[in-house]
Design a binder for this molecule. Structure first.
Ligand SMILES: Nc1nc2c(ncn2[C@@H]2O[C@H](COP(=O)(O)OP(=O)(O)OP(=O)(O)O)[C@@H](O)[C@H]2O)c(=O)[nH]1
Length: 233
């Protein structure tokens, strides 16, 4: 969703209209902050903007518009006593709003979050295409990828059973999370998803995340990551 800085108290740090900035320094150490670029990918309307807004702004965005190109948001988090900056690229799901931007999305990316909507089976079915696009853009297999099912607050309208999504996640060896950008009770879970990635990136560790059953705790375990995505470039 295209969102201007200051709207609704939410910080979109910069977007396609604004200039890039110098890398910031850590206030405490004076050293350059570690910045990790994380892109959020998936069909239009699955809730990519709302998820990134929830993480970076702490609230549910009530009336999002379709993202055009990309919106950037960022949040600093402390991992093992060190501050790292997560730069979240909220990408457009609609083809017409993304086609000229695709290469920029994937360039120098540190992690990829694939999002589907648990109330719309087609958004999970199209996941292999998004994963394939990521591979085509030469994102190295070692770059962590996770699968996120959003809109879990709409249980009565659920079309995607956890078991089905888990099978897909397993076939790519991605961790699976299910959550809701809307449900305030899921705020900490949304944070945990991004923080888990941050931990993984900060520590340069392969990390496998397991969510064995719906609504259960996410477990972290160090395991060797395997990805079927091989760069053919
Ligand atoms: N019930 C519910 N609705 C949600 C949730 N997340 C997003 N929505 C709604 O889903 C619609 C699409 O949300 P967006 O965040 O704009 O979706 P997007 O994936 O960024 O869409 P594009 O910008 O077109 O790619 C909006 O009407 C949101 O209010 C959620 O967790 N639960």
């Amino acid at each position: 969703m295209a969102h201007e800085p200051g709207d609704d108290g939410f910080v979109t740090v910069y977007n396609r209209k604004t200039a890039s900035r110098e890398p910031p320094l850590d206030d405490d150490t004076g050293l350059q902050l570690q910045i990790f670029k994380i892109i959020v990918i998936g069909d239009s309307n699955v809730g990519k903007t709302c998820l990134t807004y929830r993480f970076c702004g702490g609230k549910f965005l009530k009336n999002p518009e379709a993202t055009i190109g990309v919106d950037f948001r960022e949040r600093s988090v402390v991992i093992d006593g060190e501050t790292v900056k997560l730069q979240i690229w909220d990408t457009a799901g609609q083809e017409r709003f993304r086609k000229s931007m695709v290469e920029h999305y994937y360039r120098n990316v540190h992690a990829v979050i694939f999002v589907y909507d648990v109330t719309k089976l087609s958004t999970l079915e199209s996941m292999p295409e998004w994963i394939e696009e990521c591979a085509r853009q030469c994102v190295p297999p070692a770059v962590p990828r996770i699968l996120v099912g959003n809109k879990c607050d709409l249980q009565a309208r659920r079309e995607v059973p956890t078991s089905l999504a888990q099978r897909m996640a397993d076939s790519y060896n991605f961790p699976l999370f299910e959550t809701s950008a809307k449900d305030p009770g899921e705020k900490e879970h949304v944070d945990a998803i991004f923080l888990t990635l941050a931990y993984r990136l900060k520590n340069h560790k392969p990390l496998r995340l397991k969510q064995p059953s719906e609504g259960s705790t996410v477990h972290l375990a160090d395991e060797q990551e395997r990805s079927p995505n091989h760069c053919t470039c």
